[in-house]
Design a protein around this ligand. Structure first.
Ligand code: M6R
Length: 610
């Protein structure tokens, strides 16, 4: 949430910051702003809307100066308008700040400042911090000290970048709970919310740690804790290529990412799956193998799409490893004082590795003595760093706000994790080989689905104006139904619900009439006949049925209004193949409705606030 870019060097800062902000827009796109220092003056341009809206009214090239900061906002406090856009300044306009996160005690600080005669131009918590730093600077006369002093009084989360006309050859950055990285260039330094904003300038980065500050000048940078203890920073190489964060000829990132899945899925098992032996090598779990072998229970915690993947994981792990699994929304887990034993293993699943609730959940689990494992996509992210061990998804950067390829990669990793654990227990080499064989075929099967998207487009056209959708599936495909419904509501704004198909008759059936499209996931598995009965129940009430079915299922066309065919796989892997047409259906419906697929309203890619 919120994108930050700062620059200090020899080039013109404004165009460089603006191009970085464009790469960060997926983090928030409610408003945009830049601040550049030049000749002891500060020029700030900020507007509600996207980066291109700012460019339409401001000639970015006319903003001169080689030190500056920029911000794209996902609104927390105050509506998206010009006044609430960042950067915010102190009372005298000599210090500017951009902020990602939430200052929880901002009202207390604001009251204190107001009684000292300070006033405010915006409704934001961030402006309060800027004014507070300004007030402290007046007495301390040292920007770094003023920032540090302010931050020790602040409760909540922040990734901030501060510049000032008082000390114009310096940028100060600090983080607690919201990610920031430093880009190390040649005589130039950047600071940004993530690597995508700096990769066109440098591949060398430093991930700022929790409670760490960085002081950047043209000659170098130093890091220390907010409490002023020097820290040692490790320079790392960005783990992806520039092309991976570009649209590459596709109309939208979401479509590109859907079409990348044959590759990203394969990357998820490459070098891990041993088909001959029916086994899996997950090197990142090395440090916790004994704890895994002895675990009495596994708890998986996650949010949104990652939570849906976790539900599939529950079915997989219980089936293959016979270990009880519980799946928890991270936001609930962290606050309900969960019972955790030292022989529990807690798995956090997250695409971004920065989701605030998931992060808080693993901290709680660690505090209570559990072994904590991460299944994370973004290399070097906070969750990846704070877990005892982990498995990367290797899906590459996911920019589209609606998660697609990360979901199938999560299922890829969870399947292998279940097999890994299962092989330590009751799963035989032959059973392992059968599963590994089936998994190995998935990329080619995904390609076949993607090559046959035309029927899905036609269905999307027919139902694009529906007001509601139901998604139903059973067993492994109940979570796939939840995920299909989430995809549709996120990007098309059509109300959609996912249910276990058999639950329909306990309530949702009341909604069924000729205006209700119902998507059934109906692979030919041991409960196929039950699903067909559920389809008949919908048809008997004039509901419109769209069935996702095996390509050799001849019966289904007799009961469903529309059939979307997917290749046959083993039941355990059916949610992976079913997800592909569900993603495409949501995508094409959203297009038909003229929605902004990559930047759906009110959402942001990485939810770093509670
Ligand atoms: O980065 P994470 O996987 O931790 O994110 C969790 C959710 O915020 C995320 O899956 C969200 O639901 C997506 N918009 C789904 O498309």
């Amino acid at each position: 949430m919120c994108g930050i870019v700062g620059y200090i060097g020899t080039q013109q800062a404004a165009p460089l910051i603006v191009s970085g902000l464009k790469r960060l827009e997926y983090r928030g796109y409610d408003s945009t702003g830049v601040c550049v220092l030049s000749d002891d003056a500060m020029r700030i341009e900020k507007r509600a809307g996207r980066v291109k809206d700012l460019e339409n009214i401001v000639d970015i090239a006319s903003i001169h100066g080689s030190v500056g900061v920029g911000h794209t906002r996902w609104a927390t406090h105050g509506v998206p308008n010009d006044a609430n856009a960042h950067p915010h300044t102190d009372q005298d306009g000599g210090i500017a700040l951009v902020h990602n996160g939430i200052i929880e005690n901002y009202l207390t600080i604001k009251k204190k400042l107001e009684s000292a005669g300070y006033s405010f131009r915006s409704d934001t918590d961030s402006e309060v911090l800027a004014v507070f730093i300004g007030m402290l600077y007046k007495t301390l006369g040292d920007l770094e000290l003023a920032v540090r002093t302010a931050l020790t009084e602040v409760e909540g989360t922040f990734g901030i970048v501060v510049v000032s006309v008082h000390e114009p050859d310096m940028i100060i950055a600090a983080r607690r709970g919201s990610p920031l990285i430093l880009g190390i260039g040649n005589g130039e330094y950047l600071v940004a919310s993530d690597a995508s904003a700096v990769i066109s300038h440098t591949r060398q980065v430093v991930y700022l740690q929790e409670n760490e500050m960085a002081i950047l000048t043209r000659d170098g940078f130093s890091t220390k804790t907010i409490e002023n203890v020097d820290t040692r920073s490790v320079v790392e190489e960005i783990a992806f290529e520039l092309e991976q964060i570009e649209r590459g000829g596709f109309d939208h990132f979401m479509l590109k990412e859907i079409y990348e899945q044959p590759i990203t899925f394969r990357d998820g098992f490459r070098g891990r799956l041993n088909i001959e032996e029916g086994s899996v090598r997950l090197g990142g779990l090395g440090p916790v193998v004994d704890q895994l072998r002895q675990a009495k229970r596994i708890i998986i915690t996650a949010c949104g799409t990652s939570w849906h993947a976790a539900l599939v994981g529950e079915y997989l792990i219980e089936q293959l490893a016979r270990v009880p699994v519980e799946v928890e929304y991270a936001s609930e887990f962290r606050y309900r004082n969960p019972i955790i034993h030292h022989d529990d293993v807690v798995i956090a699943i997250s695409q971004s590795g920065e989701t605030a609730d998931t992060l808080a959940a693993i901290r709680e689990a660690k505090l209570k003595g559990a072994t904590v494992i991460g299944m994370v996509n973004v290399v070097g992210s906070t969750i990846a760093r704070e877990t005892d061990a982990g498995v990367y998804l290797h899906a590459g950067p996911e920019i589209g706000v609606a998660s697609t390829k990360a979901f199938t990669s999560q299922l890829c990793v969870l399947t292998q994790f279940a097999l890994f654990l299962g092989r330590m227990k009751a799963v035989s080499a032959q059973q392992g080989k059968d599963l590994a064989d089936a998994l190995e075929q998935i990329p080619e099967q995904i390609t076949r689905i993607l090559d046959n998207a035309e029927p899905i487009k036609k269905i999307a056209h027919e139902y694009a104006q529906a007001s509601n959708f139901l998604y139903l599936g059973r067993g492994y495909n109940f979570p796939a139904a939840l995920e299909g419904a989430l995809k549709l509501k996120e990007i098309s704004y059509i109300h959609a619900e996912g249910y276990p198909a058999a639950e329909m008759k306990h309530g949702p059936i009341a909604l069924i009439d000729e205006n209700m499209p119902v998507v059934f996931i109906a692979p030919k598995d041991e409960i196929y006949d039950k699903i067909v009965s559920n389809i008949e129940e919908v048809r008997a009430r004039n509901g419109r049925v769209i069935a996702i079915a095996d390509d050799d299922d001849e019966h289904i066309a007799r009961v469903a209004n529309h059939v979307i065919r997917v290749p046959r796989t083993i039941p355990m892997l059916t949610p992976i193949l079913a997800s592909i047409p569900l993603q495409l259906l949501a995508y094409y419906i959203a297009l038909e409705r003229g929605c902004n697929v990559d930047m759906p309203r009110n959402l942001a890619k990485s939810v770093t606030v509670e």
